[in-house]
Design a protein around this ligand. Sequence first.
Ligand SMILES: [Fe+2]
Ligand SMILES: [Fe+2]
Length: 384
Amino acid sequence: MNRVGLFGGTFDPPHIGHRLILQAAAATKFFDKIIVVPAAVPPRKSIINVSMSSYRYEMTNIMVDNYDFDTLVTVSDIELRRKDKSYTIDTIREIKRESCNETEVYLICGSDILYEIETWYKPNELLSETGLFVARRPAIGQTEQEDKANEIRSGYRTDIRFFDAPLIDVSSSVIRDMFKGSFSGLSEYIDPEIETWINTNHIYDSDFDMKCLSEESMTILAGYEIKLREYLSSYRLIHSVNTMRMCVSLAVTNGHPPFKCAVAGLLHDCAKYKHGCNGIQHSYDGSEIVSTEFGIKDEEILDAVKFHTTSRARAGMTEKIVFVADKIEPSRKFHRIEELRELSYSDLDVGYRECLKDIIVSLELKGLRAHRDTYEAYEEMKSK
Ligand SMILES: [Fe+2]
Ligand SMILES: [Fe+2]
């Protein structure tokens, strides 16, 4: 029998407390394999208060890659690929199925889970499928933890084992607040590589928080994000989610309804890796995929995807926003980027015109010509 440790969580963001539990669990040598699983839409949490899953998955990967766990620890997107509501019991069963039931699974967790797990989805089934590998928490009395563990052991015939882990009193929500500027001393609680990555992509920047969208809209976007995983690399996914958030921010600044911009921004590059599809063609093919494979028939969204590379004369507001957001999303770096961002926020049309000019100039410097649609759009904006 293989022993697999499952370490799940929202990881929004992963912090030193998570990492220390992981390192301590790995050091026990109890497991043949440890799988870290970022939760899709965590049960009991509102989707509006959770960062997009691609971000949480990427940050979790950074946490694991930074430590020399060798092949013992891997990160899995098993819950992020699931289209229905995601429960731990389903994940455990899927892991067992993949190994032809040759596997014993233990949930790696803090001792507070002893007091919560009976309120989880289908606790009877869950506790018969998995053991618990519990980090002792010094704040709770040892005998109290043991008593609670014994109660669960006898009630559910569950194997519960304790291990020692240094515990840090920090929560992800406090860290998110720190990024919003209300605390200092972040580096005590979060790995520097994750901190840098969060800052690069403005993950917890309130200018990009999407709070203007309803729970329903966010659920739709999260569903598209799951499907988009089948089409894009994680690098391109992060760019797409960044573009989506930039679209929302620009739409709000300009008093334009944000939802369609968000959908087009998220999906604009979906054809980027389609076989033989590069250059401008990925925009046209992308629009086709959004229509046929994502089932979106809204012309405003389809056109915004179709013209995100070239734009065109008489582009509507949604098209302009998606076009600009793609060029200036937070992780983009090129020589005029700060200037283009400032211009786009103070006057979208000016930012849009300058983005068009930038494309034309940079192609001409290489002895190439931009697409006719781009020249026409630029001529139109110049004469305004
Ligand atoms: Fe593109
Ligand atoms: Fe793009």
